[in-house]
Design a protein around this ligand. Sequence first.
Ligand code: CS2
Length: 523
Amino acid sequence: MTHVNRTAMPRLGATTTPAAALLHHRALPPTGIVHLGLGNFHRAHQAVHTAAALAAEEGPWGILGVASHSAAVADALREQDLRYTVLELSPQRSRVVVPAVHTGALVATREPDAVLEALAAPGTRIVTLTVTEHGYTFSPRTGALDTDHPGVRADLRGDGPPRTTLGLIVRGLQRRVRAGAAPITVLSCDNLMGNGHTTARLVAEFVAALPGAERDELTPYLAGVAFPNSMVDRIVPATTDAYRDAVAAQFGVRDSVPVPAEPFSMWVIEDSFAAGRPAWERGGALFTADVGPYELLKLRLLNGTHSLIAYLGALDGRDTIPEAIAQPAIHRAAMSVLREEYLPTVPVPAGVDVEEYIEQLFTRFANSALRHRTRQVGSDGSVKLAQRVPEPALAHLAAGRMPHHLALTVAGYLCCIAAPPGFDPGPDAAAMTDPARERLAPLASRPTPEFVRAALATGLLGEALAAHDAFAARVTDLLTVLLHHDVPTAIQEATAPITSTQLPASRGSQHPESGVSAHRAAT
Ligand code: CS2
């Protein structure tokens, strides 16, 4: 690792940005987009595509970035004249770019009025979202707006400034109605199935739950708001000092909020906008009438497989996705879940060569220049898995086939997030955050079969899969193997099932493929 004294260097800013790294050289346009969710993904994906589009064609598409709660990124950006670097890294090549498309950085909980003003401003034509699956405040059990969520309840009452994304959007739209401002587009850039439709439905449910007069004022306006679906794809790890050092070593400037990313980036968008849009097609995006097949392909082949790699990797003692996929057994399991269980449930979009897509995907997973951590992909599994696992699992079960590797994904998740007392799933699993941890923890002391049934009954993967006894039994078998043996043995069991009771006792043994001992067996 490069050793550099960053503190002695000038801060990245308007006058210290290396000109060669700028993606466009035009004057910063006025704000046309308000973006909610100022995390790394937005800054390496939408911001980069927008900068590339602006380089090709100017337009009023500056982005005002809004962080939900944390001030860290917004404050750092303000100190850096809203500049930051994106480090595109792979073993073959690296490139550093500065998008320079942000016109401001706000924190919703700290400056709610400024955010609502921006949402209502006449120049704002698009609101984009990257708030993660978890930020849409729907009930995992039913998919409907979670009206038991304390933030949703407060936002429906209009108690103080909005606390949820839906609250912000709806209160922003309400101001637009009152100011006579034109309808806009709300563009979700999160990994949700039918993300535009889902956002439209949740916003409509929120409006329907408002008191009568507010509901009546908003309903006709809502009919003019566009909610295009979109598929977003770029692997974007969390920032660490190693990336800060890399920027400093290359440019001699101090960027406290650089964003690492893979070179690959894909964005497929439905072309239905209420009030114009940037020429994103000139910045690498693809417009199509039907995003559905692209979404399914990506959510299942990439994200679904990613979840399996993350849980098995963490349980196998692997800190990063590239380290995990380098284990032959995990590689085999990832290939099996992708080819045998996800791929048959996906209509491949016209023009996509699926073999090339798969090959490219495994190269992307193996990108060792990125330290994409298993704990990052494994976090929020309760909301992510619901988008990835139930539909394909139910399709196989309905056809009389057991999806062993989907069951293994769920077993891996449960083992990481709600291991029984006495079982140590390792530091990467322990570091995974998940809103369901609290709900699952009290159940974890039950015997495995009861635990799996009780966990699924919390609505974790929807009601239909919870009602499927054979699937629960398979998850139970595989979880038992993970608890009493090790990851390669569980993969073996998923690939060539024998009953778990017939497995050889392997506690403390060294598995030839994993190179780690099964030291974490439950007591
Ligand atoms: C990952 C995604 O964290 C996760 O669940 O599967 O963030 C993934 O890296 C991106 O969707 C890639 O586009």
